[in-house]
Design a protein around this ligand. Structure first.
Ligand code: SAM
Length: 400
């Protein structure tokens, strides 16, 4: 991929810009194989487009009200405009000029980081695969909210695809992307992200896999591996000996720990299964749990439950007879940590399969070392973050 901003030296965020995509993927694969030597087999990497793949733009607003920049800050804290960044789909890029005009029209004062003055810190834009948008204004205070509300009808006229608009308050002078308080400005507060058989509901606050195409492949891969596990294990899971009356087969039980808005849980529940599955998702964001529940109910996935809890504490509190057959984990970059690895290592015998999806192969490698009772079976790299060295890795493990 070629990028004028990179070539001019104004943005160096994409550290691999100019390196052919297939070389980026091959290099990443080699690095991951070296870092995870205990994984015996690797499927071919899952890839998507090398450009226009990022579904969420987080633009720093700088400059002045009459000429705001949307992009990043340079080392001196001055705005660098990146509105034609090629990582974003046209639905996002096309929205940035109207948003720039909105800043001027609503007399929003860009936050000046070196001077610690101003109001508007960032504009975040998320696009669904069908081109609908979620727009957020990250503000220092509520000072400009009345003007944002007043001019919102104009913005919605310019951007008819903007389904969700909100303001977020970030009062502290800190290198953060958002604060705790979110103020909805439109009746809709969630953006539907259709992915295969499932429609996830993205919220203004909260995690969304950044690359919808590759995330779809990741969710589908987990659902397919769970299905293989279900077929392979059929005999072990509750079928009585032949002489006994034929019982109904036990439903496969799956936990999705760190489930976010339910990406893995919903795909596993929706995947073709003759017996239906019991799927429980666990997540600390209350909003994400609510979105996952609503998505499950819309898709009529009655076997799913979503719990608002810390994953480790929740797992430790479950009685042995509630143990799952399969655990799916997708923790933040820090990984699972010793307590959850310890629980998995000493889990009840029913827990026989672990699918670990990680955006940080280094913390994944550390966690695998802390799981001596588990044997890696196979892995797959997902090229979720083209133009950078970051990757997503999925590893299947079984109990030794
Ligand atoms: C990498 S994201 C994965 C989200 C989800 N699997 C998906 O595909 O969208 C990690 C998620 O873990 C949640 N999280 C962070 N700490 C947690 C904890 N201690 N227990 C449960 N969930 C947690 C975050 O809120 C975030 O939604």
């Amino acid at each position: 991929m070629q990028c004028d901003y990179f070539d001019a030296g104004v943005c160096r965020s994409c550290t691999l810009m100019g390196v052919p995509h297939e070389v980026q993927v091959a290099d990443a694969h080699a690095r991951v194989e070296t870092l995870l030597p205990s994984v015996p087999a690797w499927l071919p990497p899952a890839t998507g487009p090398e450009a226009h793949f990022r579904n969420r733009a987080k633009m720093v607003v700088a400059g002045i009200t009459d000429a705001p920049t949307l992009g990043i800050l340079d080392e001196a804290g001055r705005g660098v405009d990146l509105v034609t960044c090629g990582l974003y789909p046209p639905s996002i890029t096309d929205a940035l000029e109207p948003l720039r005009a909105f800043v001027t029209r609503a007399a929003l004062v860009p936050y000046d980081v070196p001077a610690r003055r101003g109001e508007l810190k960032h504009v975040h834009v998320t696009a669904s695969p069908s081109g609908e948008l979620m727009v957020r204004f990250v503000l220092r205070s509520t000072e400009s909210l009345p003007r944002i509300r007043k001019h919102l009808p104009w913005l919605l006229e310019q951007l008819p695809a903007a389904l969700v608009v909100s303001a977020n308050l970030l009062p502290q002078h800190a290198a953060l992307l958002e604060g705790d308080v979110e103020i909805p400005l439109t009746p809709a507060e969630r953006l539907p992200i259709r992915q295969g058989a499932v429609t996830l509901l993205a919220r203004p606050q909260g995690f969304l896999q950044t690359n919808t195409v590759v995330a779809g492949q990741l969710y589908a891969q987990v659902a397919a591996w769970v299905s293989e596990i279900e077929d392979d294990d059929d005999g072990e899971r509750g079928h009585a000996p032949a002489a006994a009356p034929t019982p109904a087969p036990t439903r496969l039980r799956v936990w999705d720990l760190y489930c976010g808005a339910g990406g893995f849980a919903l795909h596993v529940a929706a995947y073709d299964s003759t017996t239906g599955r019991e799927v429980v998702g666990v997540e600390t964001s209350e909003q994400a749990v609510a979105a996952a529940r609503d998505a499950a109910s819309t898709a009529r996935l009655s076997g799913t439950t979503f719990v608002h809890a810390d994953a480790t504490t929740w797992a430790q509190l479950q009685p042995d007879d509630a143990a799952p057959d399969v655990v799916v984990v997708n923790p933040p970059r820090r990984g699972l940590g010793a307590p959850l690895c310890g629980w998995l290592d000493a889990a009840p015998p029913r827990v026989r399969h672990l699918l670990y999806s990680s955006c940080n192969p280094a913390s994944l490698a550390k966690d695998l070392e802390a799981l001596p009772g588990w044997e890696p079976v196979r892995g797959r790299l997902f090229a979720m973050f083209p133009q950078t060295t970051h990757v997503e890795v999925l590893v299947q493990l079984r109990r030794r």
